[in-house]
Design a protein around this ligand. Structure first.
Ligand SMILES: [Cu+2]
Length: 165
């Protein structure tokens, strides 16, 4: 009895919500305010920032990114260690269902290591976001010149002085 009810119910559900099985993470995530920091010539690294909103019903993860603008692109976060701001690579950035996650200075960022092109304010770079299910989202990221902030005991990693471990 239960089986007879369940199967048609399940099929009916799939018919109504085909997206339950087929929706790619990339289709559920919107990107707002993306930018990548312009850096002076000679500095090898930069970082890009954005707000990622998961408009779907499922929790998703950002697991990586790629760009022709840099040799290596990694997901990073900042942690405070003995009063020093340090960067750490992370495997993924969680994107909870229905929430917006900000990648911003001092927090999560997309690290661009070994720049392959000059980051000129007003121009764009191509960035591809890679999600946990393997789906990808292409983003045009404008290059923006930001004020460098030197703080006591901490240094912005775009100054080029910080080591990656
Ligand atoms: Cu970093």
């Amino acid at each position: 009895m239960l089986k007879r009810v369940c199967l048609p119910f399940f099929l009916a559900c799939l018919a109504i919500f085909p997206g339950l099985l087929s929706a790619a993470a990339a289709d559920s995530v919107s990107v707002s305010e993306p930018y990548v920091r312009a850096v002076p010539p000679g500095l090898p690294n930069s970082a890009s920032y954005m707000v990622l909103t998961n408009n779907g019903e499922r929790d998703l993860v950002l697991k990586g990114a790629a760009s022709p603008a840099a040799k290596v692109v990694e997901l990073h976060t900042h942690i405070m260690d003995n009063g020093m701001m340090k960067m750490r690579q992370v495997d993924k950035i969680d994107l909870p269902a229905g929430q917006a996650v900000a990648l911003q200075p001092g927090g999560y960022h997309v690290m661009m290591i070994g720049l392959q092109q000059q980051l000129v304010p007003g121009e764009h770079i191509d960035l591809t976001l890679e999600f946990g299910d393997g789906s990808e989202l292409a983003v045009k990221v404008p290059v923006v010149k930001l004020q460098m902030k030197m703080t006591k005991g901490g240094m912005d990693h775009n100054m080029g002085g910080m080591q990656h471990k």
